[in-house]
Structure formats: structure tokens, C-alpha cells
Design a protein around this ligand. Structure first.
Ligand code: SF4
Ligand code: SF4
Length: 137
């Protein structure tokens, strides 16, 4: 029928103009991301054993781990570094961590001007002993 398309178009325009807004006025209003969204990372240093499973699971060599031998002769995490400029945010490191120490956090604003700022140190034990027992990339 003549004019049916026009009426349909006007109906859509009317619905979008006066219906419920589906956009968010970012950055004034922050989006509430789902808890399992892939953003930046957080490491629970007390849970991490420095085993290197996450670094081995990473397809892009993002994670570097330094460990040291403690007075109890056990291996302890000394430094945990991520080069986020190379990260695919695939989640293989988080999924494979046997200690549930590495997690995503809903922090998606990772753009920066300098390459050095893409390197994130998630943990550093500055009081550590000098003896290094591993340096995995
Ligand atoms: S999310 Fe993927 S690419 Fe990024 S550090 Fe983890 S395993 Fe590597
Ligand atoms: S984050 Fe998990 S997988 Fe990675 S070194 Fe620590 S304990 Fe091992």
C-alpha cells in the first residue's frame, strides 16, 4: 500500500526519539560492565606462587615473572610484569592460573601515549632476597 514504508519509518523515528535511551553518555556516565568482562588485570600477590603457568599459557609473551628463594628455601614471587601493549585479552593466563591469583578487572581505559606506560608491574617485592631462581617470559 502506498505510504506504508513512510509510516513504518516514522514509527521507528518516533520510538527512538521518545523511547528509552539505549546509549550511555560516556565519559560523563561510566558504563557498568559485566563482572566477567576482559579489561586490565589484578594479581593477588599473596596467592601467586610464581609457577609461571600463566606466562607459558600466554600466546604473545606478555607476562614476565621473577622469583626468588626465600629463607624457607621455597620459591616466592619477586616481580610480576605484563606488557599490555601486546595483550590479546584472550584470558588464557587467567583461566590457567592454578592458584586463582590472576583476574581481570573492568578497567578498559588502557590507552596511553608512551610505550613504557603499556608495561604494568602488578607485583614487586622490594624487600626480597637477591638470589634469583627463575626469570620466565
Ligand atoms: S589475556 Fe591472553 S594475551 Fe593477554 S596476557 Fe593473558 S594469555 Fe597473554
Ligand atoms: S599468576 Fe597464577 S599461574 Fe601465574 S605465576 Fe602466579 S600462581 Fe602461577
Amino acid at each position: 500500500m502506498f505510504g506504508q514504508g513512510l509510516l513504518r519509518g516514522l514509527q521507528i523515528t518516533w520510538h527512538l526519539a521518545f523511547g528509552k535511551a539505549i546509549t550511555e553518555e560516556y565519559p560523563e556516565r561510566r558504563p557498568s560492565l559485566p563482572p566477567r568482562s576482559h579489561g586490565s588485570f589484578v594479581l593477588e600477590g599473596d596467592k601467586c606462587r610464581g609457577c609461571g603457568v600463566c606466562a607459558n599459557a600466554c600466546p604473545n609473551h606478555v607476562i614476565s615473572i621473577d622469583t626468588r628463594r626465600g629463607e624457607d628455601k621455597k620459591r616466592h614471587l619477586a616481580k610480576f610484569t605484563m606488557k599490555l601493549g601486546q595483550c590479546l585479552f584472550c584470558g588464557l593466563c587467567v583461566e590457567n592460573c592454578p592458584s586463582d591469583a590472576l583476574h581481570f578487572k573492568p578497567d578498559f581505559e588502557l590507552a596511553c601515549y608512551r610505550f613504557e606506560d603499556t608495561i604494568h608491574v602488578l607485583f614487586e617485592d622490594k624487600a626480597g632476597a637477591p638470589e634469583q631462581v627463575a626469570d620466565e617470559e
